[in-house]
Design a protein around this ligand. Structure first.
Ligand SMILES: [Zn+2]
Length: 408
C-alpha cells in the first residue's frame, strides 16, 4: 500500500532523475535535452546541474554534435567520481569487484569463501574489501559503499543470511551491521538474483527494457524480474524462486524442497552426469576430471550433443525442455519478450543449450502470436553476481525509484 509522498525527498528525487538522464547519455546531453527528457522545468534542471557540477559528479564539455552548427555545451558523468564495491557470495568462492558510475570494472578479486565464526567471516570480508579498494588508483572517499549479492533466503530487515542451502556454516550470519561498522561505509544486502537483475538493468542488455527476467543457472537456479522498470524484490527481498517448479521426476532428492521433480533437481550436475554415464556417452574425461570440474563435463556433454550423439542429445533436450517450460510459464504470467540468462553453469553450456531453451520457451509462451520471446546470454559474464552487488549499492545511492518517495 502506498502511504503518500515524502516531500522532503522530492529534491533528491529530481537530482536522481537528472543524474540518471546524464548517465544514460554517455555521449553527453545538454540542459535543454535534459529538461525535455525528464519533464522538469529548465530552472530546476539548471539548479540541480549546478549542484552536480559543484559536487564534481558531472562535467561540462563544449562539443559539436551532428556536424555544422553552434557548439553546444553538453554534460557528462564524471565516471570515477563515485564507485561501488560488489561482493558475490557463491559456494566455494567470494568474488569482489569495484565498479564506477559508467559500469566499468576497475578492480576485481576473488578468494575462497570465508569459513569460521561470525567475527572471522566479517574480518575476512573486511580485509578483502580493503585490499580491493587499495588495489586501484581511486580514493576511498569516492566509494559509496558495498553491495552484497547472497544466496537466499535472506533477512533484509536485519541484514543477515537465513539458511543458504549451499553455503556451509553461513546459517544466520549477520553481514550488514557488522560490515558497515568495520568498513565504516554503507553496506547493503540483496538476494543474488535480485542484484544480478539490477546489474542487467543498469549496465547489461536490460538497459532500455522495462519488462524482462534474468535467469541464473549456477550452483542453484533463480530468476530476477523487472516489471514496468522496477526490479521486483518481493515482501521479504526473496522474490524469484523458480528452482522448485515441478517439471518432471529425476530420482535425485532436492536439498531445498525435498522433492525429486523440481527444476533444481533436473539441473543437478550429478544427476545429469549420471544419465550421461548410463547412456554410454563418452565425455573424453577421466572420472577424477569430471568430479573436479563438473561444469566442464556438462559443457562437454552439451558439445557432444551438438555434434549429433543421440544419447547426449536426449539429455540436453530434456534439460532444455524442463528449464524452458518453467521459464515459459513465468514469461506467460508476466507477458515478456526478453529473457537473459547467465551464471557459471550456463556459461559452460550456453553455446549448445541457448537455442533449444529459447525454442521451448517460445513453444510454452501463451501469448504466442502477439510477439516472440528473445532469449539471450547476459553480457556481464561470470562476474554478473559481483557486478550486481556493485550496481545494487550504486543504484541505492543515486537512482530515482518511485519507492524512495514513499514514506516508510
Ligand atoms: Zn527443489
Amino acid at each position: 500500500m502506498q502511504r503518500g509522498s515524502n516531500l522532503e525527498r522530492l529534491g533528491d528525487y529530481n537530482q536522481a532523475v537528472i543524474l540518471e538522464g546524464i548517465r544514460l547519455a554517455p555521449e553527453g546531453i545538454s540542459r535543454v535535452e535534459l529538461a525535455e527528457e525528464t519533464k522538469l522545468s529548465p530552472q530546476t534542471v539548471s539548479n540541480v546541474v549546478r549542484r552536480l557540477l559543484d559536487d564534481g559528479m558531472v562535467r561540462e564539455d563544449r562539443t559539436i554534435i551532428n556536424g555544422p552548427g553552434k557548439p553546444r555545451t553538453v554534460l557528462q558523468l564524471e565516471n570515477n567520481r563515485l564507485l561501488g564495491v560488489g561482493i558475490h557470495l557463491d559456494p566455494g568462492v567470494m568474488t569482489l569487484v569495484a565498479v564506477n558510475l559508467a559500469g566499468e570494472k576497475v578492480a576485481e578479486e576473488s578468494r575462497p569463501i570465508p569459513v569460521g565464526s561470525q567475527n572471522e567471516i566479517i574480518r575476512e570480508i573486511t580485509d578483502a574489501v580493503n585490499v580491493l579498494i587499495r588495489s586501484n588508483r581511486h580514493k576511498r572517499a569516492n566509494y559509496v559503499g558495498v553491495g552484497i549479492a547472497a544466496p537466499g533466503p535472506i533477512d533484509v530487515e536485519n541484514g543477515r543470511l537465513i539458511n543458504p542451502p549451499l553455503l556451509n556454516g553461513w546459517k544466520g550470519i549477520e553481514l550488514v551491521g557488522p560490515l558497515s561498522k568495520s568498513l565504516r561505509m554503507p553496506v547493503t544486502l540483496a538476494k543474488d538474483t535480485v542484484a544480478m537483475t539490477i546489474a542487467e538493468q543498469w549496465i547489461g542488455g536490460g538497459q532500455g527494457h522495462n519488462n524482462f527476467i534474468f535467469t541464473y543457472v549456477g550452483s542453484g537456479i533463480g530468476v530476477g524480474m523487472v516489471i514496468d522498470g522496477q526490479v521486483v524484490h518481493g515482501v521479504s527481498g526473496n522474490a524469484g524462486e523458480i528452482g522448485h517448479f515441478v517439471v518432471g521426476e529425476t530420482g535425485v532428492e532436492c536439498g531445498v524442497c525435498g522433492r525429486s521433480d523440481c527444476v533444481a533437481s533436473t539441473l543437478d550436475r550429478t544427476f545429469l552426469l549420471g544419465l550421461a554415464k548410463e547412456g554410454g556417452v563418452d565425455l573424453g574425461m577421466s572420472e577424477e576430471d569430471i568430479a573436479a570440474d563438473p561444469n566442464a563435463a556438462l559443457g562437454r556433454l552439451a558439445e557432444i550433443a551438438r555434434e549429433g550423439d543421440e544419447a547426449a542429445k536426449k539429455i540436453i533436450l530434456m534439460v532444455a525442455e524442463r528449464l524452458g517450460s518453467a521459464l515459459g510459464t513465468l514469461v506467460s504470467v508476466m507477458d515478456l519478450d526478453t529473457v537473459f540468462v547467465g551464471g557459471h553453469t550456463w556459461n559452460d553450456v550456453s553455446e549448445f543449450v541457448l537455442e533449444p531453451v529459447a525454442a521451448v520457451i517460445n513453444r510454452h509462451f501463451l501469448g504466442a502470436g502477439s510477439h516472440a520471446v528473445t532469449v539471450q546470454n547476459t553480457a556481464l559474464g561470470t562476474s554478473v553476481g559481483a557486478m550486481g552487488g556493485a550496481c545494487l549499492i550504486l543504484d541505492s545511492h543515486i537512482s530515482p525509484r518511485a519507492s524512495s518517495l514513499l514514506l516508510r
